[in-house]
Design a protein around this ligand. Structure first.
Ligand code: PLP
Length: 393
């Protein structure tokens, strides 16, 4: 399905979007509309058989026994921490180089995020730094499998066992990813997935799911995602309203059947980038970690531009109609809302360097080889122009 435009003249390509959800959705339209029509007629809009089916297939993909649908990846993290009894005064270790929701879930329960630095090669939590951050108040760790590559789970699980900590995997970007052949979301106490449209399994709106291997945790996830209500109108605990809609689940069930293909197309695109960058001689300027890692599902293809010109390169790419994005420009420990936690500039050096250098390029499954050539050729042009300017100065 992807790379079907390989034969297209490279000279005719003059743009490459960061993401074009239309290309993936178009061929599924009739099948999805049929399901929408069925749901329309059924009158069952929240939960129901489509949600149940999705819970089963995501649990299977994660290598987990149970899955519980919810309204978003952000809610998945919040409900997971509620179900694990994280509360005011507790500390939860997480990366600072991640999306905001990883840490806001902690703060919303009155607990404190403890930001830990990353491994500069994988962009994921550094287990050595995790170890140094553990105190008697620490209750949990949230490793984030950033850009589709799993964090170093073995040492993290070992620390959790030794210090009796809970582990919540942030799998928002890692559905289908594996670590030593185990699925992301099936290793820690709870796995939290997002179906936001930019994710590898993207819906048509917000959605999320939580996975676990523990039946008691599964019950608590369901309880907290449904107002802490069991039976109906009897509230054992204070939960929230976070459920998955039937329409969303229907879209996701249709897409789930193509997950293997989407994953191998992303993997192929990552390989193409590496080869093209080598051919254009810019592999030393840019580095995308994890190319050797079979379990990487490439939610993003993230390079580093280490000479301080990242923002300029991004603008010059935009001038050539090439989409790119900075995930993430401001580390969480430097966000206004977390000032009170007292992290000084320079306290997480690898995180701060990454935030200044990273740039994510288009890698969605339907991206064509010709578009990738255009991206890399443009990048090579931009980089060599900058070299000339610098030599002249
Ligand atoms: C997208 C994302 C989330 C939040 O998911 P939503 O469904 O958008 O709420 C959490 N963590 C990470 C790392 C993400 O990329």
């Amino acid at each position: 399905m992807s790379n079907s435009n390989d034969s297209k003249e490279f000279g005719t390509i003059n743009s490459a979007p960061l993401l074009d959800v239309g290309r993936g959705n178009a061929p599924l339209k009739a099948e999805i509309m049929e399901l929408f029509s069925e749901i329309y007629d059924s009158g069952w809009f929240v939960g129901g058989p489509q949600v149940k089916q999705l819970e089963q297939s995501v649990a299977q993909a994660a290598g987990a026994k149970y899955a519980v649908g919810c309204a978003s990846g952000s809610d998945a993290l919040l409900v997971a921490l509620m179900a694990l009894d994280i509360k005011a005064g507790d500390r939860v270790i997480c990366p600072s180089f991640t999306f905001f929701a990883t840490a806001s879930a902690i703060s919303r329960l009155g607990a404190d995020p403890v930001f830990v630095d990353i491994d500069p090669v994988t962009f994921n939590l550094d287990p050595e730094q995790v170890k140094l951050a553990i105190t008697p108040k620490t209750k949990a760790i949230i490793p984030v499998h950033l850009f589709g590559q799993c964090a170093e789970m073995d040492p993290i699980m070992e620390l959790a066992k030794r210090y009796n900590l809970r582990v919540v995997e942030d799998c928002a970007q890692s559905i289908g990813a594996t670590y030593n052949r185990r699925g992301s979301g099936g290793i820690g106490d709870v796995g939290c997935f997002s179906f936001y449209p930019t994710k590898n399994l993207g819906g048509m709106g917000d959605g999320g799911i939580m996975t676990t291997n523990d039946p008691d945790i599964a019950d608590r996830l369901r309880l907290f995602a449904n107002h802490g209500m069991k039976p109906r109108y009897y509230h054992q605990v204070i939960g929230i309203n976070s459920r998955l809609d039937a329409m969303q689940a229907a879209v996701l069930n249709v897409k789930m059947k193509h997950m293997q293909q989407y994953g191998s197309d992303r993997q192929q695109n990552a390989g193409n980038y590496l080869r093209l960058m080598t051919r254009y001689g810019i592999q030393n300027m840019v580095a995308a970690p994890g190319i050797e890692n079979e379990g990487h599902v490439w939610n993003q293809y993230t390079i580093r531009i280490t000479d301080g010109k990242r923002d300029e390169v991004r603008q010059l790419l935009a001038d050539r109609n090439i989409g790119s994005e900075i995930y993430y420009p401001i580390p969480l420990h430097q966000q206004e809302c977390f000032k009170g936690l007292g992290y000084a500039k320079g306290s997480l050096p690898h995180t701060e360097a990454a935030a200044a250098e990273v740039l994510s390029l288009p890698i969605f499954p339907e991206l064509t080889f010709a578009e990738q050539q255009y991206v890399v050729q443009s990048l090579a042009d931009i980089v060599s122009q900058q070299h000339k300017v610098r030599r002249a100065a």
